[in-house]
Design a protein around this ligand. Structure first.
Ligand code: BGC
Length: 760
């Protein structure tokens, strides 16, 4: 047995040695190839590689590049983004490799953020699955589909930690926790990239580096200013995770970070990303990120372009500041040829690693596009994953699951709206084929359940708000009838039904980029409808669409059942039906704290105690509010199931430890109900006494496990001193001796705790 084990260790060692050797040989070959190519390149052609215009196919910002064909012929384009279809991509690539002097292929990027044509739940929803295999699979499928359609590079994962749900882009991220974000970031990068020598994987881009999710007041593109310990303890880990997983590129964020826009921030782009983390890929700006530094007040376009290059930016998205000013800056000595060479080399390396020099049409196989995009198998996977992301927030008297009989009143402005289902950042979605809630219900249970439907209200009473929220393409189909008439119609069908399913909340366009909100309530018109439905006395299930934590204290107090379905993607309508009728037992858990009101923001579980912590609200001269307690409506990690789980006490392998020893912490989790269910078991640690003040708890591990009725399972976590380290105010990264609380539970609030003394 021992010999077998050592043989195994030996062969793993030899295998990794072999891999490392092969990598070295590849790197050497790549260097020879690129050295030779760069010798032939003019300065203009080198700068051309740093230019990334948008195709105009899918516009996500304001600017478009003109006359792209000519520029490609002149070697002034390194890649194109948001161009869709093999035919178009092939055409453009042909110009690059046949009609430009050096025949350098282009890279084609796209915002493949939560799926391609098959759309998965918005990333915030996906994070609530806590299922890293599912997260990875969604990225693999997105890579498979987009690469079949000619794309070789995605601007994902977006891993900005956010603790302010006013920010619309919280929908695109990984939630509030750095450790969970780190795990998700790794899983996504692995899912997209896998083995890049294949033609069904694509290069990823970790974004938006850095701190974009900390925009002041939750207003998009706004300033961030933060201490280094907070930055590195709470915000940086997810970006680092993506880099560790081998992400081929990183995107600079729009925002100002401690006084210097990220796009010109040498500390971020060079000192941390390259020198500390060893990042080997290239850095692209966000959309016109360089040009926007003029408005930031950093100088004219020539000045800010030079600043960006000097800081460590390699590719300029859309704005063409590099293309139009770098030659002049070189003449003036503001930048060096080495600066340009370094950026150019990194972009050529990316093309080399993607295999585009060997075959520029590697991703242009029409047959793949026909069979692999939006396939039945991919859609089935999207349905399954969506159902696992929904979070059951309340289920009084087991209103859910619904019975497959009787009459249901399906009500709400979001019930019969296909366009709304895929959610923000679904640029390649087939909106006309997405499954609405009405369609999902009809097709899954329509033969057993009588489904009545009424709109009930518009999205919001304020039509101007609706117009702003729906500006970018998708109409919200406003009903011109007076609110009272819409409500009366809905109440009428509610009265004829056994149960009311009210699909309310945000529209997809109220979430995502440039969709910050200062009021996080369900819009008033919908709330009025909900109140009228509750008055009928029928059991009401609120199916909540949202891209962010909403302030739904009133709803939590008054509505018997609430199922949060985020925006679940192409198959969401089916997935919603699967969960409502109990074919799938919900298992999603929140990855953000849900505040009672906007005034509590930022509200997050890993807060510090302060010198005057609150016992119970209200106490004078304690850290609290006069008008609201410090509690959230739902804590981080929270989510119900159709079954119930119980936790044993936490058992530790030791109560005192020394140095680099390892601690194991275990609980036994039992399914006490009658339904098989999945539980996300969460490990939190508190450093009771530190050299710096420490959070009340921090997530350090989790495991999602399925349990049959009555089944018990031991769940064990291994903890080492690495889990206790943190960045101190002097930026040393270490831990210190003392007492630690080890907590395990089904959410961040309800945990069992045991103490350990750990000394260096
Ligand atoms: C967004 C990025 C996106 C880019 C390209 C920008 O507005 O901030 O997340 O990748 O557009 O579409």
């Amino acid at each position: 047995m021992k010999r077998l084990a050592s043989l195994l260790v030996m062969s793993i060692f030899l295998l990794s040695l072999g891999k490392a050797k092969a990598q070295q040989t590849n790197d050497a070959k790549m260097k020879v190839f690129i050295d030779a190519l760069m010798k032939k390149m003019t300065l203009e052609e080198k700068i051309g590689q740093l230019n990334l215009p948008g195709s105009g196919d899918i516009v996500t910002g304001q600017a478009k590049s003109s006359d792209i064909g000519r520029k490609i012929r002149e070697g002034k384009v390194g890649g194109l983004f948001n161009i869709k279809s093999v035919a178009k991509i092939k055409d453009v690539q042909r110009v690059a490799v046949e009609e430009s002097r050096l025949k350098i292929p282009l890279i084609f990027g796209m915002d493949v953020i939560h799926g391609y044509e098959t759309v998965f739940p918005i990333p915030l929803g996906l994070s609530c699955s806590w299922d890293m295999e599912a997260v990875k699979r969604s990225a693999q499928i997105a890579a498979k589909e987009s690469s079949a359609d000619g794309i070789c590079w995605t601007f994902s994962p977006m891993v900005d930690i956010c603790r302010d749900p006013r920010w619309g882009r919280i929908a695109e991220g990984v939630g509030e926790d750095p450790y969970l974000g780190y795990r998700i970031s790794k899983a996504m990068v692995q899912g997209y990239q896998g083995d890049l020598s294949r033609n069904d994987n694509i290069m990823s881009c970790v974004k938006h580096y850095a701190l974009y999710g900390a925009a002041e007041a939750g207003r998009d593109y706004n300033t961030t200013d933060m201490s280094y310990p907070r930055m590195f303890n709470d915000y940086m880990l997810p970006y680092k995770g993506g880099v560790e997983a081998g992400a081929g590129s990183v995107m600079a964020s729009f925002n100002d970070v401690n006084g210097i826009p990220a796009t010109a921030n040498k500390f971020l782009m060079t000192d941390v990303l390259r020198k500390q983390w060893g990042f080997k890929g290239f850095v692209v700006t966000d959309y016109t990120g360089i040009n926007e530094m003029v408005a930031h007040g950093m100088g004219d376009l020539k000045q800010v372009s030079a600043l960006a290059l000097k800081a460590g930016i390699d590719m300029d998205m859309v704005g063409e500041g590099f293309l139009t000013t770098l030659q002049q800056s070189l003449k003036e000595g503001k930048i060096t040829t080495q600066d340009i060479d370094k950026a150019c080399r990194l972009i050529l390396e990316a093309k080399y690693k993607l295999g585009l020099f060997d075959n520029p049409y590697k991703y242009c196989d029409e047959n793949r596009a026909k069979t692999e995009v939006y396939s039945a198998a991919n859609r089935a996977e999207a349905r399954k994953i969506a159902a696992d992301c929904f979070v059951l927030l309340k289920n009084q008297n087991n209103v859910l699951p619904l019975q497959k009989k009787g009459t249901i009143a399906l009500i709400g402005p979001l019930a019969d709206n296909k366009e709304n289902m895929p959610g923000t950042w679904a640029v390649a979605a087939r909106f006309d084929q997405a499954i609405s809630v009405l369609q999902g219900l009809k097709e899954t249970v329509g033969n057993k359940v009588n489904i009545l439907h009424a709109r009930g209200s518009n999205l919001d009473a304020d039509s101007l708000f609706e117009e702003r929220a729906g500006m970018f393409g998708k109409s919200l189909h406003r009903d011109s009838r007076p609110a009272s008439e819409l409500i009366a119609e809905a109440v009428n069908i509610a009265n004829q039904s056994d149960v009311v399913v009210a699909t309310l909340g945000e529209s997809a366009e109220m979430t995502g980029e440039s969709s910050s909100r200062s009021n996080l309530d369900i819009p008033e018109a919908q709330k009025e409808l909900l109140k009228a439905l509750l008055k009928t006395g029928k059991p009401v299930v609120l199916v909540l669409f949202t891209g962010r934590p909403l302030t739904i204290k009133w709803e939590n107090d008054n509505v018997p059942a609430i199922l949060n379905v985020w925006f679940g993607g192409s198959e969401a309508g089916y997935a919603i039906s699967d969960v409502l009728f109990g074919d799938v037992n919900p298992s999603g858990k929140l990855t953000t704290t849900w505040p009672q009101n906007v005034g509590q923001i930022p509200l997050y579980y890993a807060h510090k105690t302060t010198g005057r912590p609150l016992g119970t609200w209200f106490e004078k001269f304690r850290s609290n509010y006069l008008d609201v307690s410090n509690d959230p409506v739902y804590p981080f990690g929270y989510g119900l199931s159709y079954t119930q789980f119980s936790y044993s006490d936490v058992k530790l392998s030791a109560s005192t430890l020394k140095g680099n020893q390892t601690l194991t912490a275990s609980v036994t989790v039992t399914n006490k109900g009658n339904t098989t269910g999945k539980e996300v078991v969460q490990l939190y640690i508190r450093d009771v006494v530190g050299a710096n003040t420490r959070p009340v708890k921090e997530l350090k591990g989790f495991e999602k496990t399925e349990l049959k009725p009555g089944e018990s399972k031991p769940i064990t976590f291994t903890i080492t001193p690495a889990d206790l380290k943190y960045y101190h105010t002097d930026m040393t990264y270490d831990w210190e001796s003392g007492e630690f609380e080890i907590m395990i539970g089904g959410n961040s609030r309800d945990v069992k705790m045991a103490k350990v003394n750990w000394n260096k």
